[in-house]
Design a protein around this ligand. Structure first.
Ligand code: 13P
Length: 257
């Protein structure tokens, strides 16, 4: 973390878990555990159908709500899809784009990720752009090249003045939901490489101000060490974001002195 230059953001990604009826009790419990947010910004990215319940449940707290996906088109005949404008209209602030589960199961590519980034920015949403390598790619020693490509593709055509709204989440695929976390050094190495890409594209000032999260089995036990790394500015958390005590402990780790 580096609070002097950029925001620390702790974001939960509920994925296809929880029910709308569980949101209020969850929020009440979290608010009791974490009455004050201190420095870090807290976000819950939730399934579309839970967005109204989440906005209501966290209305009087400093927790922002995000979506887990969006359609790249502004509007029209796309049955079953949800646009950036629809999300912004509800009061959603963030949207996860290009999560590895969407790339893997729903055919999302670097090109569609880039289109979604533009759609989100156009509607005033803050994209959380996910990048990450598979175990095979790590073993082939192509991680940094691959991540560089993913970041460059995601940001293609994004003007410098919109970069302050972009968050990048480094999520090694082999660490998601597996209980296998990247070591703090491994995670920091890639987050640092991402910052270097941004520096080359946009200059030192913007690179220094960009929030880069780590995601992949982050939990209440390893969060402190991961967040103590200079280039890790927060977390994108799956499993541990479903349990108020665990998520609250991660927020505490982000608020460490
Ligand atoms: P886990 O924290 O369950 O590994 O999930 C990480 C993730 O995919 C967040 O987007």
């Amino acid at each position: 973390m580096n609070r002097k230059y950029r925001k620390t953001i702790i974001a939960g990604n509920w994925k296809m878990n929880m029910l709308a009826s569980q949101v209020k009790p969850f929020a009440e419990e979290l608010k009791t555990l974490n009455p004050r947010a201190k420095w870090c910004e807290t976000v819950f990215c939730v399934p579309y159908v839970m967005i109204p319940a989440a906005l209501k449940a966290f209305k009087d707290s400093r927790v922002a709500i995000g979506a887990e996906n969006l359609n790249e088109n502004p509007k029209g005949a796309f049955t079953g899809e949800v646009s950036a404008a629809m999300l912004a209209d509800l009061g959603v602030k963030y949207v996860i784009i290009g999560h590895s589960e969407r790339r893997q199961y729903y055919g999302e590519t670097d090109i569609s990720v880039n289109k979604k980034v533009h759609a989100a920015l156009e509607a005033g949403l803050n994209p959380i752009v996910c990048v990450g390598e598979s175990l095979e790619q790590r073993e082939m020693d192509i991680t940094l090249e691959l991540i560089t490509l993913q970041v460059k593709a995601a940001l293609a055509g994004v003007p410098a003045e919109k970069m302050r709204r972009i968050v990048i989440a480094y999520e090694p695929i082999w660490a998601i939901g597996t209980g296998k976390t990247a070591t703090a050094e491994q995670a920091n190495e890639v987050c640092c490489a991402i910052r270097t890409v941004i520096r080359k594209l946009y200059g030192a000032r913007i690179a220094r101000a960009t929030t880069i999260q780590y995601g992949g089995s982050m939990n209440e036990k390893n969060a402190r060490e991961l967040l103590a790394q200079p280039d890790i500015d927060g977390g994108l958390i799956g499993g541990a974001s479903l349990v108020p005590e665990k998520f609250s402990a991660i927020i505490d780790a982000a608020n460490q002195e």
